[in-house]
Write a protein of this length. Structure first.
Length: 73
């Protein structure tokens, strides 16, 4: 991953759009990652969310299926 990868445009969704997306999909069809710190994750997270703190993402990309949409919050 190069520095320019951090400046590529990405899609964003409102909370309502994410709720609708999750409602209509099987959890096997997407990557859901919580990018907060472990302390925050333990206090509460969306069901099925995988904890990958934002600073760890470059080193843990192999844990995400590139063929599935990824929702990060």
């Amino acid at each position: 991953m190069g520095v320019l990868d951090y400046f590529k445009p990405v899609s964003s969704m409102t909370a309502e759009e994410v709720r609708a997306f999750l409602k209509d999909k099987n959890p096997e069809e997407y990557n859901l990652i919580d990018v907060r710190q472990e302390k925050e994750y333990v206090q509460g997270h969306l069901p099925g969310a995988q904890l990958i703190p934002v600073g760890d993402i470059p080193n843990r990309l192999q844990e995400l299926d590139p063929n599935k949409p990824t929702i990060a919050y």
